[in-house]
Design a protein around this ligand. Structure first.
Ligand code: ATP
Length: 342
């Protein structure tokens, strides 16, 4: 796998349900191929219900019915024998969890056990995988909390006694205390106010630089991507429709949907009228034929209604799944200049 720590190949994961004998299938992840490099921060964007969380649940080996992997693979290389988490046994997953692979779930701030002190929560999750106990374990945790600007006293606190920002740092601390090679985070800053959000983002970035980890994180907030992602993948209706280095995605998007996402970013002093994206995202139980974006796409031609465009190279490290990629222009020229987002 060389430079790649994760290789995802033609991955399909569907929710398969049966109500009163009627089968229903939601094609939440429908043929995604992508890689993550060592030490890379890879951001995943897309609107609500596009399949982002389902995708990273598979990456995090948190696949529970009714979600099932239908095809493809997601293989990590942590140095030993590569692990394909779509077929790994529980024992193989246990061997990589926390030390190599950790997952900050959506809404994890509120999932900290309310009746356990923070110190006990750290023991529950991290003591065994780290192979430490007693004072050695406590020392490791206190040191790590220091990196997160949290005093040792938080270990005696109950979750409700901490502010939202502190709770989020605690969950990041839990996910990173084992210095994992790969961190997966679902909307890690969405519930926080902007000032705390900035703080938490720079903490994640500093930890990542220090530990040399790779990160895959999901957020619908494009300004967060602009701030910390090296590369961004845009998901629409269960498919990866564009992937590019952050600067290229913001300055020269090559899919009409990404162009809309970039143009939706606010900028101080910018009063330009933004063209609205008409329509709603399709149902993943019955997605449209051809390109799934075609019913909402201003550039759609007949071919888009019948043939799904493959994800093809359109520049260095840049892929787009659009028959008209060559005709896509930024919607508000100069708008997506990275580093000047509000
Ligand atoms: N447990 C479940 N059972 C059945 N369908 C589900 C389940 N969880 C999610 N889905 C469906 O799968 C599709 C993708 O959902 P997913 O949560 O992955 O999207 P998302 O892009 O992460 O959205 P959000 O940003 O709102 O979290 C949606 O149609 C959703 O309704």
């Amino acid at each position: 796998m060389g430079d790649n720590i994760l290789e995802v190949e033609a991955l399909k994961a569907y929710y398969q349900m049966s109500y009163f004998g009627v089968n229903r299938e939601v094609r939440a992840v429908d043929g995604i191929t992508m890689n993550v490099k060592r030490r890379e921060v890879y951001g995943i964007a897309g609107e609500s219900s596009s399949g982002k969380t389902s995708f990273i649940k598979v990456l995090a080996a948190a696949i529970r019915p009714p979600l099932r992997v239908i095809a493809g693979s997601a293989t990590y290389d942590f140095g030993g024998k590569p692990t394909d988490v779509t077929v790994a046994t529980p024992a193989e997953i246990d061997a990589i969890r926390w030390r190599h692979l950790s997952y900050i779930m959506q809404g994890s701030m509120s999932t900290l056990n309310p009746v356990r002190r923070i110190g006990r929560i750290f023991e529950d999750f991290a003591a065994r995988p780290l192979g430490l106990s007693g004072s050695a374990f406590r020392q490791r945790v206190v040191e790590h909390l220091g990196h997160l600007k949290l005093p040792p006293s938080v270990l005696n606190a109950y979750p409700h006694e901490l502010s939202g920002g502190m709770r989020q740092r605690v969950t990041i601390g839990l996910a990173t205390v084992g210095k994992p090679d790969f961190i997966i985070a679902d909307e890690p800053t969405t519930a926080l106010d902007v000032v705390v959000q900035k703080d938490v983002l720079s903490l994640i970035k500093n930890l990542q630089t220090e530990m040399g980890s790779s990160i895959v994180f999901v957020t619908h907030d494009m300004s967060v991507h602009a701030n910390i992602a090296d590369r961004i993948g845009i998901i629409y209706a269960g498919r990866l429709v564009e992937e590019a280095p952050t600067r290229a995605l913001f300055t020269a998007p090559k899919h009409p949907y990404s162009a809309h996402l970039v143009a939706s970013l606010p900028r101080i002093g910018d009063t330009t009228q933004r063209p609205a994206l008409e329509g709603r995202p399709p149902s993943l139980a019955a997605p449209p034929a051809g390109c799934r974006f075609h019913p909402r796409c201003p550039l759609a031609i007949d071919k888009c209604k019948t043939e799904a465009p493959p994800l093809l190279a359109v520049g260095p490290d840049h892929r787009s799944a659009c028959w008209r990629a060559a005709d896509v222009e930024p919607l508000v020229p100069g708008h997506g200049r990275v580093g000047v987002t509000a």
